[in-house]
Design a protein around this ligand. Structure first.
Ligand code: HEM
Length: 215
């Protein structure tokens, strides 16, 4: 089947939805079967952080892939992937809140103020919230395409903050290999957008607000 036809298949979206839930299913299975290593709480906080970053990369990869591969139907998946980014960051925050702070919101507030890497992670979480909240067609209509696009440029702040959060966390262990890989991927994806806009070929991408979120 040609890629464009496969992407337009009625089962394509449900399939992506199920695939995006697999990391959560894997974590739940690991928790239930006691298979999350010596420190399950840490494992859950870290894996949900990793999946947030992976979904952010996937969401931001949709437009460059769509344009470069000439596959307009790819745009159908962008909103869902963006919302899954938010879904995993909510799980990440909840895992931290539950396992590190026992949902004591005073302690959470103190920790955010005290530890810079938590503050940076929390800031990127807060900044992602309006992007997730305005990812629906009604919000796009109400805001108008221009304002919606301007708001969604917040992702240019969210991505570096997410990398800084990861970098800061790994700095204690002097372990920057994975951080460098994610930083390079996100820099390439955001750099492509800037380049594409400058060369003027980004018009189509920028004037098609429907179906695209977080980018
Ligand atoms: C877009 C937002 C965020 C992203 C992309 C993100 C991503 C990550 C990543 C990739 C890790 C490291 C995982 C690993 O070592 O494999 C991590 C760890 C962590 N993050 Fe986040 N995070 C975000 C927001 C937050 C928020 C809002 C909080 C809490 C307020 C938070 C708290 C933590 C904690 C406690 C750790 C683990 C630290 C440790 O085990 O030493 N993060 N995060």
């Amino acid at each position: 089947m040609a890629p464009a036809r496969a992407l337009l298949h009625p089962a394509a979206k449900p399939l992506v939805f199920v695939l995006a839930l697999l990391p959560l299913a894997w974590l739940v299975y690991g928790a239930v079967t006691d298979n999350l290593g010596a420190n399950p709480a840490e494992y859950l906080v870290r894996s949900t952080g990793d999946w947030t970053l992976r979904f952010l990369c996937l969401t931001l990869a949709v437009t460059p892939l769509r344009v470069m591969a000439g596959l307009p139907p790819l745009a159908r998946f962008r909103r869902m992937l963006g919302l899954f980014t938010y879904f995993y960051v909510v799980l990440h925050f909840l895992s931290y809140g539950l396992f590190d702070q026992a949902f004591d919101f005073t302690e959470i507030a103190k920790d955010i103020a005290k530890r810079p890497f938590i503050l940076v992670g929390f800031t990127s979480f807060v900044l992602l919230t309006p992007l997730a909240a305005t990812s629906f067609n009604r919000a796009i209509k109400a805001m108008g395409a221009k304002r919606w696009q301007a708001l969604h440029r917040i992702v240019y702040v969210v991505a570096p903050l997410a990398i800084l959060h990861f970098f800061w966390m790994r700095a204690a262990k002097n372990n920057f290999g994975e951080v460098a890989v994610y930083a390079a991927i996100l820099a390439a994806l955001l750099g492509w957008r800037v380049w594409n806009r400058r060369r003027g070929a980004g018009v189509a991408a920028r004037t098609q607000p429907t179906g695209s979120r977080l980018s």
